[in-house]
Ligand binder design. Sequence first.
Ligand code: SAH
Length: 365
Amino acid sequence: MGVWLKELGEPRFRVSQIYQWLWAKGGKDFVQMTNLSLKLRQQLAQNFIIRWPKLAKVQVSQDGTRKFVLVLDDEKSIESVLIPERDHYTLCLSSQVGCVMSCRFCHTGQMGFERNLEVYEILAQVVLAREYVKQENLALPLRNIVFMGMGEPLLNWSNLEKSLHLLRNDKYFNFSRRRLTVSTVGIKDKLKKFGQSRLGMLAFSLHAPNQTLRKQLMPKAANWELKEIIAALRNYPLEKRERITIEYVLLDRVNDSRECALQLAKLLSGLRCKVNLISYNPWPGSLFARPKKERILAFEQVLWSKGITAILRKSKGDDILAACGQLRTAFAPKSAFKDASAKILVGENRQSLKNKNQITSLGCE
Ligand code: SAH
């Protein structure tokens, strides 16, 4: 769109004016953009279409969590989750349709990989959630973004990077760096790029204290050896008082033993991090179980006793399959798209594991 506007002889700030209208206001029709001349609005309408993904379904959990199903232009669908915190909402975004990593415990991992999300599809999740918060008169502001929905964000790095730039931009979304978190299984090269970009905070999905068990649980992610990943994390650029979040899903009798906790503490020793313990969220047909509360607390206690900061993350939205690792979509039926009210966006953007017993506390005991 930039080139097109330049050819028309429009000044450079026109692009940012149009982006502002799209991203900050969720603009749906060029006609409404009254700070542009009528002629330019007509020319825009003749050359570009604005098509927003359709918010096809909203499910509300007992704890106030909302799960949104968005149907995309090609009828594939994704989910994003709005999570109430004490004084704000956090929005959990998807970065891909499906996921290529197929981690054994993750619901999204079982649906296979469809495609990367475009920049506008990533950002539309924020625009639609923001509109929803306003329309429903929800009391809290949307202030945090986490890329912890469907997909492996660093495998869609170029669109993620562009999206983060736009999310940081004070003319469009104005999120501060500390309020943007990207969760990843660790992708060589891209991890470094993300660190150097300083566009957001890092959460690393570890889930096992040694290479053997990690390979069992996350076969593809474990292609990058744990030793090397931890070395990369030790070199990861952090600002004063910043820490890397280490995510660790507790799977009953698989990675939640005292021995695993000791190994984990040793592995992370000296790393500037905090551990987010996530009690496993089961999904239909899943092969793992959530550990009992005592086991979780005992695990947490071992970490603290070894000087590692550990926090038990409270699962939200699990009654509507909206908690961590529970997201999964099927193709939307054609009819779901028929009444799509919002049309465009885009301009230039548009161009099992058979046997659970195979996995035990391998390497921990
Ligand atoms: N692909 C990225 C982001 C998506 S998942 C990543 O793996 O980091 C966000 C977090 O939820 C990850 O730590 C993931 O391992 C975790 N998770 C996956 N399945 C889960 C489940 N069933 N219960 C709890 N957490 C799960």
